[in-house]
Design a protein around this ligand. Sequence first.
Ligand code: CA
Ligand code: CA
Ligand code: CA
Ligand code: CA
Length: 419
Amino acid sequence: MKRCCLLIAFGCHFFASVAQDISQYYLADSAEYISTLEQLLSEQETYFISLIDSVANSPIDISLSEGWNNIGYPLKSPINVAAALYPIHQNIEVIKDNEGHVYIPQFAFNGIGDFTPGLGYQIKMNNAVASFSFTTENIAVNYLFEIEGCTEPTAPNYWPLANKDDGSCLIDTDNDLIYDTDEIQGCQDGNACNYDPLATDAGECLYPVPGYDCNDNCINDSDGDLICDEFEIEGCLDINACNYNENTTELIECVYAENYYDCDDILTVEIGDEVFGGIVFYMSEDLKTGLVVSTNDQSNSANWGCQGNLIDGANNDQIGSGLQNTLNIISDCSQNNIAAKICSELTRNGYDDWYLPSKGELNLIYTNLHSQGLGNFSSIYWSSSQYSDFFAWIQNFNGGSQNYDGKYANRQVRAVRSF
Ligand SMILES: [Ca+2]
Ligand SMILES: [Ca+2]
Ligand SMILES: [Ca+2]
Ligand SMILES: [Ca+2]
């Protein structure tokens, strides 16, 4: 390789490749690296001194007219044709050497390579150039060649000749004794899916979705249906069941509402409905319980019983007290075929828990059913509410009045039960 070629190659390739190898040199043998650096510096310095010397000793001014000209290359050192003619390259159409090689600036094609000292060339100009000379200024300033390497003076592989940083500087920004160029960014959490044991700089970590491992498989899946234990949905697939769930993944026993109740245990019946063995005449405020009355009379001629005896605990007249009144009457009164016993001994529609309604309950039967044309009632009915030792409460369903009557009187009997 000719000397001038070396200079251009220096800039474009040789320096760069040496610089890239510097880290190895440096790490392997810093003495060898310094020696190499000194040698290169020395060679370039020698070359420039030689070039400057030859120009200084050959200050030849050339005048170029439009069209063909003959010129000689006057310097003592060869130099790249493109570099030497850079200041006037826009005015040149083509330049040829004796062997027919050409340099065409428009196409950046240099078939000549270097000017050879002492040789002549033919140059065709697009425009005349009055004054041109081969000088170091033109060559060094106008023809920019880049030398790549580390330009950071504090780096151990700082390359003094470099004018373009190539990112190779050995810098340890975070002072962990690992050069920036050797750092590996990655996740440093051993629990993360993308944990990188080689990472030297913290990077983004990725974690599995709760319940799953890093391969998107369930951590726990007892029945192996690919639905993780914690995401199983227990339910029943019968749309009529209270625990119906269309998203069920784990079948459990279906649960159904009781008859005449919804899934919240709320009654679905209304006053007047024939259910629970009778006709509904009362429902509690929370719509969970109620009272029914038999659809026919249990007797149309029965005593209240135990005339002249005061039955303990049978004076209650509120709604809900008929059962207790009845229990107290049959407990205290040994007389048979009395109204309370007729009711308590009744088995009807599968139910055997009937009793004689209290005064308040009997009035509800009158108001909610009989007044609405329901229940087939007639005349006067006994309540289980005692008035005194000789009297007990009755209600006349012809008009609805409540009064007391002698316990010996024969009145009608209609049993009720609660649900
Ligand atoms: Ca570092
Ligand atoms: Ca680091
Ligand atoms: Ca499962
Ligand atoms: Ca399952």
